[in-house]
Design a protein. Structure first.
Length: 154
């Protein structure tokens, strides 16, 4: 397994991972826009196969995990946890004091993952996500880089 920056040539494969991971996936164009805007976009490789990715935006003193996905064939083996930890480590290296993310309350595995890694709920965004019967709220969660024990050492 290896992590490296996402490239334009990865976008078809990244979009395929995204489509396999989510009912309402980001499009190839969204990932392209993230690269163009200079966001921190990373892919996880198993040999030459992209099996996961994350997108991180940076602001003064904070980071925002905009997207994190794992190919369905690679889920439930710790890869999501590893990607989350690496996103937080990257944010820390770039000077973030806090890392934010949104998650669907109905995505119980993701909510559990984020909580066990030290993220805590700090708000709710109404009607944030599309869903089959309209819209779903998002939980806004925060990880305090300087105040929370380093991930993996709890």
């Amino acid at each position: 397994m290896s992590l490296r920056p996402m490239r334009l040539t990865d976008l078809d494969r990244v979009a395929a991972v995204e489509a396999g991971a989510y009912l309402f996936p980001w499009t190839r164009k969204i990932f392209n826009d993230c690269l163009r805007m200079g966001y921190e976009c990373w892919v996880e490789l198993a040999e030459d196969e992209i099996v996961g990715h994350f997108v991180l935006s940076m602001g003064p003193g904070e980071a925002h995990v905009l997207n994190l996905a794992v190919h369905p064939d690679w889920q439930n083996n710790g890869l999501g946890r590893s990607l989350l930890r690496r996103a937080v480590e990257r944010a820390d290296r770039l000077g973030a004091e806090s890392v934010y993310l949104e998650v669907r309350p109905s995505n119980f595995p993701a909510v559990h993952l984020y909580r066990t890694e030290g993220f805590r709920k700090v708000g709710r965004r109404p009607d944030y996500y599309p869903c089959d019967d309209g819209r779903e709220d998002a939980l806004l969660m925060r990880y305090d880089v300087r105040e929370t024990a380093p991930m993996g050492r709890r």
